[in-house]
Design a protein around this ligand. Structure first.
Ligand code: CA
Ligand code: CA
Ligand code: CA
Length: 172
């Protein structure tokens, strides 16, 4: 009676990579309508062949790398939008589309990549960004990117039972 989401709603998963071929996710992955796989930036957004998002960690269009341990982004994507079928799980909004934006790898991620991912999500039509990560100190650049994105910005909270209002630390 509330909502299960809509195909028109794009949720950016800014995280480690997302297994876009997972049977519970493959029908839920966003596709860049203006990009084709041909070795050039067809869509003109500065990213070559960004068919299903971008890997800011490795700086390429492969949004899932098993060797990088891309489990967390896959898990998060499933919690959001795993397909309503007879296998696996069902996400909280199984009708939305997931835009995989990887910026975390085996050694974490960089602030500049996080900001680039936020800007990409906003520019490419995501209206919601899921950010199940944290760490580092206050960043005016990150705050500005979030404020300028116009997206509903979902952030991790409650990890390690820490009060985020107190400036706690939490791992991705
Ligand atoms: Ca492109
Ligand atoms: Ca292309
Ligand atoms: Ca399922």
């Amino acid at each position: 009676e509330i909502t299960q989401g809509d195909e028109e709603v794009i949720v950016a998963v800014i995280d480690s990579g997302v297994d876009i071929n997972h049977p519970d996710l493959r029908d839920r992955i966003w596709t860049n309508p203006n990009e084709i796989e041909n070795g050039v930036d067809t869509s003109g957004n500065g990213y070559v062949d960004d068919i299903h998002g971008w890997d800011f960690y490795n700086n390429n269009n492969s949004v899932f790398n098993a060797e990088d341990g891309d489990e967390h982004g896959t898990h998060v994507a499933g919690t959001i939008a795993a397909t309503k079928n007879d296998i696996g799980i069902v996400g909280v909004a199984p009708n939305v589309k997931i835009m995989p934006l990887k910026f975390l790898g085996p050694n974490g991620g960089s602030l500049s990549d996080a900001i680039a991912a936020i800007e990409y999500a906003s520019d490419m039509g995501a209206t919601i960004a899921n950010n199940s990560w944290g760490g580092g100190g206050y960043s005016q650049a990150l705050k500005d990117a979030i404020e300028n994105s116009g997206m509903l910005f979902i952030a991790a909270a409650g990890n390690e039972s820490v009060n985020n209002d107190g400036g706690g630390w939490f791992a991705p």
